[in-house]
Design a protein around this ligand. Structure first.
Ligand code: GLC
Length: 657
């Protein structure tokens, strides 16, 4: 029945397509459209079916999907088919990502291409290039205020250069990730300018109000994202004489997705970038897509429906392209961006594991893994065909977004505990070696987040200043141990450029008025290529970090147990300083890897009796895949040195494949 209805609806739409589309022989397109049509039509109808022009909009949507399919290159179409056949391809342990600001890394796209061998030397094969689209001169939220969704800013190069780069990467079996900022535009975007000039069609692309009445109602329940620099969620535009919804900065106008034109434009833009060679599209700030009075305007059901619809549309035109959800929200909410009640991802195949990131920083500051153990245990199960993006640092601040119930469960009080963490990382304790700064302090709620480079937060900056070799060792060990966890946890590790050579905080942003009030710039570095050369200088910090990570990446790629098939077993260990889990590949159950990390500043012991009783990990047969040696054993217990880790395999049971 459904099939028949959807068949006739589909035929109605196809009959109304423009002749130049109807006449094309696009067999694969029609097959995929047929397969996804019911889902697309019903969700589109749920969101926009009450409108008189619904049918017209549905035709327009299909037209966009077809036009972008027609423009899709043969190479990309072949990749789509190959990925459809091997649909778990991205769950493999072979992928290792790195996020870079192109200008900070190498000036522009050409420079990036020249420095690509450096990234390859490390073993990274997935590049996330932070936004490079046209954006306002001066403050642009690091490019997340986009003025033209289809053009590269001249500072970075040209669209042709980007397309060449994507081909260059493809030939080297590397993946390209690009951002699509779906939630807002800059106030210099053509849509915003037309709205400002009074065009009603474009005013309806945004949320605009003549008076404070509705904004005030929204404000009752909406939190503030940038309370210090952009308090409130609305900005008065004197030219239009209207209040515009601006959840992020006052120059970032929120798009109105209750208008189907906005949705269709954005699908067109996503597919445009898919056609320029993006293998993965990072959808920015997805939690914010739907606004409703009386709510926080985050994680609304409709936001999920919009993402499902975007995914279904992408399945029709560019099925090889994956989505990353950038939803830095509560752990139970993040997981929903894979899609609920499904096996394969219905929304985004990949999501930032913000929960793990924050928990790792908790373990560093407290020198124990109590909350890390509790928090990872409470993470709801993930869909089979979906994976995490595991990271320690990124271009944003660190939010302490753990679940309060977990904080209580391990015996802390949430507010004082968060205050402790903030103080620890921002220098309020003399004994803390961390050198971060607060970000986004909210006087009303007492909340704040943390900025700072990984190395500086991990104590390397303080250690280098003191010249104390032991402190330097500790910091280097910690940086490596944190990486060992994102590489083995299950998911795609995402390194952050500069961390591979221990880049410290950069204070130069303070001299730039457009950046000075945003401490996130302290960890958005300009790579010092002379410092990077030190990676060849034996014993230097750069060499120890770079070569350590390079080794780790190589081992990860050669260890199938590290692929993500929901194959992680968290171990209950009788030692609060340790975080330990087993990774076992479903096809090679005898080749588990035991991952254990010690967050304490002293050596810690782990009893292995439970594991050896299960026939796993017999003493005398243990091999650390990372060091290639045996781990320390004392009195029948494993000894993990301070701030270090092991990736243990049982040689007697098969060892490395
Ligand atoms: C995302 C980006 C962040 C930006 C925000 C608004 O969270 O990662 O850098 O400020 O979206 O676009």
């Amino acid at each position: 029945m459904y099939e028949q209805v959807s068949h006739s609806l589909l035929n109605d739409i196809l009959d109304q397509l423009k002749p130049e589309i109807r006449e094309r022989n696009i067999r694969h397109f029609y097959t995929r459209l047929g397969a996804n049509f019911y889902a697309i039509h019903s969700t589109f109808h749920y969101l926009y079916g009450q409108r008189d022009d619904f049918q017209e909009k549905a035709v327009r949507l299909v037209e966009v999907l077809a036009s972008q399919y027609i423009r899709r290159s043969q190479t990309r179409r072949e990749l789509d088919s190959a990925r459809e056949r091997d649909h778990n391809w991205f769950l493999s342990q072979e992928w290792v990502g790195m996020a870079v600001y192109t200008d900070g890394f190498a000036g522009n796209i050409e420079g990036l291409r020249e420095h690509l061998p450096y990234v390859q030397e490390l073993g990274v094969n997935m590049l996330h290039l932070m936004p490079m689209l046209k954006c306002p001169v001066g403050a642009s939220d690091g490019g997340y205020a986009v003025s033209d969704f289809r053009d590269i800013d001249a500072r970075f190069g040209t669209l042709d250069q980007l397309r060449d780069l994507s081909e260059h990467l493809r030939k080297r079996n590397m993946l390209l990730t690009l951002d699509v900022v779906v939630n807002h535009t800059s106030d210099e975007h053509e849509w915003a300018q037309k709205a400002r000039a009074g065009e009603a069609r474009y005013q309806d692309y945004f949320y605009m109000f003549d008076t404070r009445e509705v904004p005030d109602m929204f404000e009752e329940t909406m939190p503030e994202v940038f309370p210090e620099t952009a308090p409130g969620n609305f900005t008065w535009d004197p030219i239009m004489g209207k209040w515009v919804m601006t959840v992020f900065n006052n120059y970032q106008w929120d798009l109105n997705y209750s208008n189907p034109d906005v949705f269709i434009e954005m699908v067109d833009i996503i597919l445009f970038w898919a056609n320029q060679g993006a293998d993965i599209v990072r959808l920015d700030a997805v939690a914010f897509l739907w606004k409703k009075i009386g709510t926080t305007c985050q994680n609304e059901r409709e936001a999920h429906l919009l993402l499902q619809l975007m995914k279904d549309c992408c399945q029709v035109t560019a099925p090889g392209v994956l989505f990353i959800a950038e939803a830095i929200v509560a752990p139970v909410e993040i997981i929903k961006y894979f899609g609920e009640d499904a096996v394969i991802a219905k929304e985004c195949e990949i999501a930032y594991n913000a929960a793990l990131m924050a928990l790792l920083w908790d373990a560093v500051a407290t020198a124990n893994a109590k909350l890390l153990n509790q928090g990872t245990r409470s993470l709801p199960g993930k869909l089979d065909r979906a994976t995490w993006l595991n990271y320690i640092r990124c271009h944003d601040d660190i939010g302490l977004g753990f679940d309060d119930a977990d904080v209580f469960a391990v015996g802390y009080e949430p507010a004082p505990h968060r205050r402790f963490l903030l103080d620890y990382y921002t220098g309020a304790y003399d004994s803390s070696p961390a050198r971060g700064k607060p970000f986004g302090r909210n006087e009303k709620t007492g909340d704040a987040r943390i900025s700072g480079s990984l190395a500086s937060l991990a104590g390397l900056e303080a250690a280098l200043d003191s010249g104390d070799p032991l402190q330097i060792d500790r910091a280097v060990d910690l940086v490596l141990t944190l990486h060992s966890l994102i590489m083995s946890f299950g998911g795609i590790p995402l390194l952050y450029y500069g961390d591979e050579i221990g880049t410290l905080n950069d204070a130069s942003y303070l001299e730039d008025v457009s950046k000075a009030n945003d401490s996130r710039w302290m960890h958005r570095p300009r790579i010092d290529w002379l410092k990077a050369e030190q990676r060849h200088n034996h014993g230097s910090v750069e060499q120890r970090l770079f070569q350590g990570l390079k080794k780790m990446i190589a081992v990860r790629k050669a260890t199938p147990a590290f692929a993500d098939f929901n194959n992680r077993e968290l171990l209950t260990v009788d030692n609060p300083h340790l975080f330990a889990f087993l990774r076992t590949h479903p096809d090679w159950p005898r080749e588990s890897v035991l991952v254990v990390a010690n967050f304490d500043l002293h050596p810690q012991h782990m009893a292995m009796a439970d594991l050896s009783n299960r026939g796993l990990f017999q003493y005398g047969q243990l091999l650390d895949l990372y060091s290639g040696g045996s781990p320390a054993i004392f009195k029948d217990e494993l000894v993990i040195p301070p701030r270090r880790f092991y990736w243990l395999t049982d040689q007697g049971r098969g060892g490395l494949r």
